[in-house]
Write a protein that binds this ligand. Structure first.
Ligand SMILES: *Cc1c(COP(=O)(O)O)cnc(C)c1O
Length: 383
């Protein structure tokens, strides 16, 4: 693993997140070059992927907007230096106090997910005496090729407005006084590697735009959401996601000249983060050998929640390759990082790196079993 220095890691309490700022920098600059010349593209970072304050301020300095799904995320984004008018706010269950807060700081867009929510935003905006900028989140009814827990664009998911209800809702936005119709929002899911899914989204948006135009309804601007996947198997070979292919899928297929918003989360931060653990015990089972490490599902829940596979490395040993089930100490049978993983022979105290953990890792950590939250350590702090 790049940047590993045993003597510098030794004094840090494991498990911890190690963030390689060079990787984050390269990722952000390849996003920039992939969209250079596309002046109508606006890139937002999805805060929920990782809201470590240092990561947020780093990304804010690069000039990205923020995609938020709660009032707390809006606050974190603004404190980190994101411009309020670059903030978009999605989510099926926005609370009144979150709506009020978002209006008071002047966010750029509410991505509205139901008629009931629209009425509440209108009435709160009326109380404050402002007009709320509204996009409508459309459920395009596309089944993306990803894990079912992270697919969001099918009509049976809770997200967005189904197309048959869209014309009526646009008219409703136009008829209310304290909301203004600004555009349409889509987001079909996460960890999507097949560009055909994004092309299918672009095609579907073209169809919807045509239908709205012929009904005499406005489109406003388009937000295509996020979802670009990363290489979990081989992060060293592919540290930077395929941004060129991703943006080309829209550039070549979306027939639309106005402003296009993107909301990238995972693809921005996943590869810069590694969960660093230590081996506590080696335990011999009947048919298996367990490497019990001090990290668990409370630091990184993706394997337990989505059956996700992260690359696991013993970065301390160069012993003979041996098969291990790599497991954490938490009292759940799902607290397993990998089964039958070949690692150089493990010993108590060895550092175990769980790679590609920068997205939905630290941000989803919990205190289950009264475990402390993991700290984030940055490459520039180890010099
Ligand atoms: C989570 C989310 C994103 C980011 O998804 P990634 O797969 O991390 O890129 C973008 N938009 C919305 C509305 C989201 O909920």
């Amino acid at each position: 693993m790049r940047g590993f220095q045993a003597e510098k890691f030794c004094d840090i309490r494991t498990p911890f997140y190690y963030y390689d700022l060079e990787v984050l920098k390269q990722t952000l600059s390849s996003i920039k070059s992939a969209v250079s010349g596309l002046d109508n593209y606006r890139i937002h970072y999805a805060i929920k992927a990782n809201f470590n304050p240092k990561i947020l301020s780093f990304i804010a300095q690069e000039g990205l907007g923020a995609d938020c799904v709660s009032g707390g995320e809006i606050k974190a984004a603004i404190e980190a230096g994101f411009q309020p008018d670059s903030v978009v706010f999605a989510g099926v269950g926005k609370r009144d106090d979150e709506i009020r807060y978002a209006l008071s700081v002047g966010i750029g867009r509410f991505n509205v997910e139901s008629p009931a929510e629209l009425e509440v935003i209108d009435s709160i905006a009326k109380q404050i005496g402002v007009v709320a900028p509204i996009s409508i989140r459309v459920n395009p009814n596309i089944a993306a090729h990803t894990h079912s827990n992270i697919a969001t664009g099918h009509e049976d998911n809770k997200f967005g407005i189904n197309y048959p209800d869209l014309p009526k809702l646009i008219s409703e936005v136009q008829s209310l006084q304290n909301v203004e119709f600004k555009g349409l929002h889509y987001h079909i899911g996460s960890q999507i590697l097949d560009m055909k899914d994004f092309i299918a989204l672009a095609d579907r948006i073209n169809e919807i735009n045509e239908e709205l135009k012929s009904a005499g309804l406005p489109i406003g601007d388009i937000n295509v959401g996020g979802g670009l996947g990363i290489d979990y198997q081989d992060p060293d070979a592919n540290p930077i996601p395929d941004f060129a292919g991703y943006f080309a899928a829209f550039r070549n297929n979306l027939k639309y000249d106005g402003i296009v918003h993107f909301e990238l989360g995972r693809s921005v931060v996943a590869q810069c983060g590694t969960l660093i653990n230590r081996v506590l015990y080696i335990k011999e089972g009947i048919n298996k050998k367990f490497a019990i490490i001090d990290g668990s599902m409370t630091e990184l829940i993706r394997p337990a929640l989505y059956n996700a596979k992260h690359k696991i490395q013993n970065i301390s040993s160069n012993g003979a390759p041996t098969l291990y089930d790599v497991v954490g100490p938490v009292c759940e049978s799902s607290d397993v990082f990998g089964q039958d993983i070949s690692l150089p022979e493990c010993h108590r105290g060895d550092f175990i790196a769980i790679r590609s953990a920068g997205a939905y890792g630290e941000s989803m950590s919990s205190c289950y079993n009264c475990r402390p939250l993991p700290q984030g350590v940055f490459s520039d702090e180890l010099k």
